[in-house]
Ligand binder design. Structure first.
Ligand SMILES: Nc1ncnc2c1ncn2[C@@H]1O[C@H](COP(=O)(O)OP(=O)(O)OP(=O)(O)O)[C@@H](O)[C@H]1O
Ligand SMILES: [Mg+2]
Length: 429
């Protein structure tokens, strides 16, 4: 018997509308477009978030390789056809469309192909797609938005514009003060977000190509989650893990840092800046980087919970696109799941980091008063446990973790506390 095939092409109107809700917020949508600029070898990206009531628009321009006329059509196709290599920030052929349309109903791509002086533009318009129920791209007449793009483009090659920002502006009162204020807040949030997720690119470290980003004319300065320029930041030895995937073996690298407490930061400003967008407690944890681009932070990736006492602990976890599948990277590039085999490998090094960070934190809060010279003075030199003794306690704890005997060691600490209370205190048990 022969198989009969029936056409079941998706409804363009329904699918484009559903794809608006696959998990972007404004800042992650902007970041996804900057991934494209980086992939196009741009060294400069300028983001303009322009409030003009109903006519508000967002422009993201770069000086990357630009697009050929055919490339533009392909770029606007849901599921762009192209090959990806190791090191590519793109993966799904969707980001440009899904990120842009998650914020507005109209996306225009303006590009100056190398062989042409004047730019070309194509528009993906949800209202037109809904009306025709077809996958269409429009070539609209030149208007003031295109003129503005040409101005922003300068010597650059590509600009993306979002218009009809129905997900950003309120349904009514788009011209009001509230809407204007919202744009101001979004502008500042965008700066902070880009400073964090692209911090390695803004410096050009660890093999990431150097890029400069500006938001509404202001240059974005990198925000380093590990405050490596603070003299009191401590780094533990890096560790590497091999992970098996369907295509072979990939490497993951863990780098662990204990940030200084408030009193040992070089200045109050530096301490407050290190708190980050989510603030100290929620900025602890694993910072997961895919190809140098930060994709997840704000938790321990399922290896342990957030805890006030471990808020000075932060660690970077790096993987490359060959491990995309086992990390389950989502389309918005803002969520991964740490694979179960890796969680197990991370258990011990993360516990070790957290114990050391906990200790730094308690020291700062005076929970270990005997470590402090001023308190020792107040004790009139009466046999308090010395800092060296506390270091011995710490080394014992680390050794217990490294040998896999930490549970047994916890029982030893309990006995010590019961039978030799003072010594146990000095050791930091
Ligand atoms: N700023 C740009 N400069 C040059 N080409 C671009 C630019 N933005 C997009 N493109 C082209 O358009 C294609 C589609 O982009 P899109 O973001 O939709 O998918 P992707 O980057 O390939 O994958 P992903 O869905 O993971 O982001 C890209 O593969 C690239 O060829
Ligand atoms: Mg992309």
């Amino acid at each position: 018997m022969r198989t009969t095939l029936t056409d079941a092409a998706p409804s363009a109107a329904r699918l484009t509308s559903s794809l608006r809700d696959i998990g972007y917020d404004f800042v992650s949508a902007v970041a996804d477009l900057i991934d494209n600029s980086i992939a196009a070898n741009a060294t400069e990206v300028s983001v303009e978030i322009e409030f003009a009531g109903q006519d508000s628009a967002v422009y993201i321009a770069d000086n990357g390789c630009g697009l050929t006329p055919r490339g533009m059509t392909e770029a606007l196709r849901f599921g762009s056809r192209r090959e990806y290599g190791l090191g590519d920030l793109g993966r799904y052929g969707l980001g440009l469309k899904t990120a842009s349309l998650s914020q507005g109903r109209c996306l225009t791509l303006v590009s100056r192909p190398i062989e042409r002086k004047r730019p070309l533009w194509h528009t993906l318009d949800l209202d037109l797609i809904a009306e025709l129920d077809e996958w269409v791209i429009a070539e609209n007449p030149r208007n003031s938005v295109i003129a503005k793009c040409e101005e922003i483009l300068g010597d650059g090659n590509g600009t993306v514009v979002w218009e009809a920002l129905d997900r950003v502006l309120p349904a009514s009162g788009a011209n009001g003060g509230w809407a204007k204020r919202r744009f101001e807040v979004l502008t500042s949030k965008t700066k902070n977000h880009l400073a964090m997720v692209f911090h390695r690119f803004l410096i050009g470290e660890n093999g990431a190509p150097r890029i400069s980003i500006s938001v509404n004319g202001e240059k974005v300065a990198p925000w380093d989650p590990f405050v490596r320029d603070e003299p009191a930041t401590q780094q533990l030895p890096p560790q590497q893990f091999e992970l098996e995937s369907a295509t072979g073996v990939g490497m993951v690298e863990l780098r662990r840092y204990i940030l200084p407490g408030k009193r040992t930061f070089s200045s109050l400003d530096a301490f407050e800046n290190a708190a980050g967008p989510l603030n100290w407690n929620r900025q602890q944890g694993l910072y997961v980087y895919r190809e140098n681009r930060l994709v997840q932070w704000g938790s321990w990736g399922g290896t342990r919970g957030i805890d006030e006492h471990t808020k000075l602990a932060r660690a970077s976890l790096d993987f490359k696109s060959d491990l995309d599948e086992i990390f389950n990277i989502n389309v918005a590039k803002m969520r991964v799941s740490v694979p179960a085999q890796l969680k197990q490998m991370l258990d011990r090094p993360v516990s070790e980091l957290c114990i050391l960070a906990d200790r730094t934190y308690r020291r700062q809060n005076g929970d270990y008063p005997n470590d402090d010279a001023d308190v020792n003075d107040r004790n009139n030199g009466e046999a308090p446990a010395s800092g060296a003794l506390a270091e011995v306690g710490l080394a014992l704890k680390s050794a217990a973790i490294q040998s896999g005997q930490y549970d047994g060691f916890k029982r030893v600490m309990e006995v010590m506390r019961a039978q030799h209370a003072e010594l146990a205190r000095g050791l930091g048990f």
